[in-house]
Design a protein around this ligand. Structure first.
Ligand SMILES: CC(C)=CCC/C(C)=C/C=C/C(C)=C/C=C/C(C)=C/C=C/C=C(C)/C=C/C=C(C)/C=C/C1=C(C)CCCC1(C)C
Ligand SMILES: [Fe+2]
Length: 521
């Protein structure tokens, strides 16, 4: 049996009690909230790309030994417009849609002129993020959608542009221990400038009012000018250590001139993204207190990073781990037409993701000679070699390969971490295992079962934990065996062995990312 990516998934808004096998730890109370694409066809029209699908949120709630499941489509403006028109009328990254069904070029031109860039989508199907005490479904446009984390109902549409000039914002913010949220966005060609902005959203609104969205108190921490006005880099996440932000300006670039005519040419936005393998990658290290970049310039070879794992400081260095690709074949893989076939060719074309560790020496020794490696850490082979212009050429250490959707014990974000949890993505964009990687011992533990496709593993710490890996790892598992139910898998994070599973009697869908909301009693 094969999982059909392009099939529309059913929603189950009423809570469904799962059948728990095994022993759930008593402290595990709260809700795992996940998001991902769920609907791919409306009327006679279909999306081209898996990431385009309309957002379907789902949740697993742990309460006093019971697990309940529910799922609900995000009812944003995109969803409503598509449903009303009975076809796809709002463009997504991989699908250009035309509100006017006429193929007539003159009509297209007029529609184009009347709304230079057509309706931006609020189909927020990538992740769930928290600002203050509010939860939002998000992709990467200027719109996010507030949701009720319990019922999964869709609430207010929030436009970042009301608070800050950003056209694209990541779906992977960072959080600090005080509950503040940090995120990054790109401002495209505004007053002749294209720039990246790092901002902070405080945990509480001024005056403590629950009615005011905390985004109102958003604070810009840093702006980085784009190295080229008309070709800003695409990025999907960034790193944050105790004192620094790490922003990778990679050679996957948006071509703004191509974008300006994409609608007219009838091509999707994704065709305006190009990976420049001949270019290098700039690594920006930004001081969190001053918002200024450190004086040293860091660069590395062309690479493509979607997910940062973590970043920390050690002895005058910033160490950061990412999942890196050699090219943009990953995005190509997720076209629905490609996901249908499972040919050898496709597997060959897939550039395997690698978990790489980079090290940035913060203070460069003035005495250092050209060709000197300035990394003085014993535990890594990553290097940063001074070139003749005084820039540091960084070479990473490969920690492990064939892994994606990294998660850590988030209490260790910004601190030196010992373990990373992933899904295995060895040969194709199909997840076959969940893994735990012990960085120091170079030891990989894994969970797998026949015909099972696990989701991104989410680590939840035991409230009384001392060890980093004292807790559980949750992954929602699709069984492609029609005789077996889908389930939520609960692993003991330390031994990486199964302690429980909660079978749900409905189909689960392949998703993207999620968040755990603990329920403190
Ligand atoms: C279990 C699974 C899934 C797989 C197995 C393991 C594996 C290999 C996992 C690998 C996973 C990876 C690498 C996932 C990456 C996901 C990304 C990059 C999503 C981005 C979404 C970005 C989205 C939706 C962005 C939409 C952006 C739009 C529509 C932008 C519109 C626009 C705006 C707003 C202003 C400027 C103009 C423009 C048109 C660009
Ligand atoms: Fe992501």
């Amino acid at each position: 049996m094969q999982y059909d990516h392009s099939k529309n998934k059913e929603e189950h808004p009423d809570p469904i009690k799962a059948e728990v096998k095994g022993n759930l730890p008593g402290w595990l109370q709260g809700t795992l909230l996940r998001n991902g694409p769920g609907m791919f066809t409306v009327g006679d029209t279909s999306y081209n790309h898996w990431f385009d699908g309309m957002a379907l949120m789902h949740s697993f709630t742990f309460k006093n030994g019971d697990v309940t499941y529910r799922s609900r489509y995000l009812r944003g403006d995109t969803y409503k417009s598509n449903m009303e028109a009975k076809r796809i009328v709002v463009s997504e990254m991989g699908t250009m849609a035309y509100p006017d069904p006429s193929k007539n070029i003159f009509t297209k031109v007029i529609t184009f002129l009347s709304q230079t860039i057509p309706d931006f989508t609020d189909n927020c199907g990538n992740n769930i993020i928290r600002y203050g005490s509010d939860y939002y479904a998000t992709s990467e446009t200027n719109y996010i959608r507030k949701i009720d984390p319990e019922t999964l109902e869709t609430l207010d549409k929030v436009d970042y542009l009301k608070y800050l000039s950003v056209n694209l914002v990541t779906s992977h913010p960072h959080y600090d221990k005080e509950g503040n949220t940090y995120n990054m966005g790109t401002t495209i060609a505004e007053k002749g400038k294209t720039k990246y902005t790092v901002f902070k959203v405080p945990s509480t609104a001024e005056g403590g009012s629950e009615m005011i969205p905390v985004l109102k108190n958003l604070e810009v921490l840093s702006t980085v000018p784009c190295r080229s006005l008309l070709t800003p880099s695409y990025y999907h996440s960034f790193g944050m250590s105790e004192n620094y932000f790490i922003f990778i300006e990679q050679p996957l670039k948006l071509d703004l001139l191509k974008m300006a005519t994409a609608y007219l040419r009838g091509v999707n936005w994704a065709t305006c993204l190009k990976f420049h393998s001949e270019d290098n990658t700039l690594i920006h290290l930004i001081d969190r207190k001053t918002g200024k970049e450190v004086a040293t310039k860091f660069f590395t070879d062309a690479m493509l990073v979607c997910h940062h794992v973590n970043a920390f400081e050690e002895n005058g260095h910033v160490v950061f781990d990412v999942i890196a690709y050699n090219d943009n074949s990953l995005y190509e893989m997720f076209y629905l037409s490609k996901l249908k076939e499972e040919s050898e060719e496709i597997r060959k074309a897939y550039s395997k993701p690698k978990c790489k560790r980079f090290v940035l020496p913060i203070q460069t020794d003035k005495e250092a000679q050209i060709g000197d490696d300035l990394v003085k850490l014993k535990f890594t082979t990553a290097s940063a070699v001074k070139d003749k212009e005084g820039k540091l050429l960084c070479q990473p250490e490969v920690l492990c390969e064939g892994v994606e959707l990294p998660r850590i014990n988030y209490d260790f974000n910004g601190q030196k971490h010992g373990y990373v949890y992933f899904v295995c993505a060895e040969m194709s964009p199909i997840p076959s295992k969940v893994m735990k990687f012990d960085i120091e011992m170079r030891k990989m533990l894994q969970w797998a079962e026949d015909n099972c496709w696990p989701s991104e593993p989410v680590f939840i710490a035991n409230p009384t934990a001392i060890e980093e890996d004292d807790g559980v790892v949750l992954s929602s598992v699709i069984s492609t065996d029609p005789l077996k139910s889908n389930f939520l898998l609960v692993l003991d994070a330390g031994s990486f062995t199964e302690i429980a599973r909660a079978y749900v009697d409905v189909e689960l869908h392949m998703d993207m990312h999620g968040i755990f909301i603990p329920q403190h009693s």
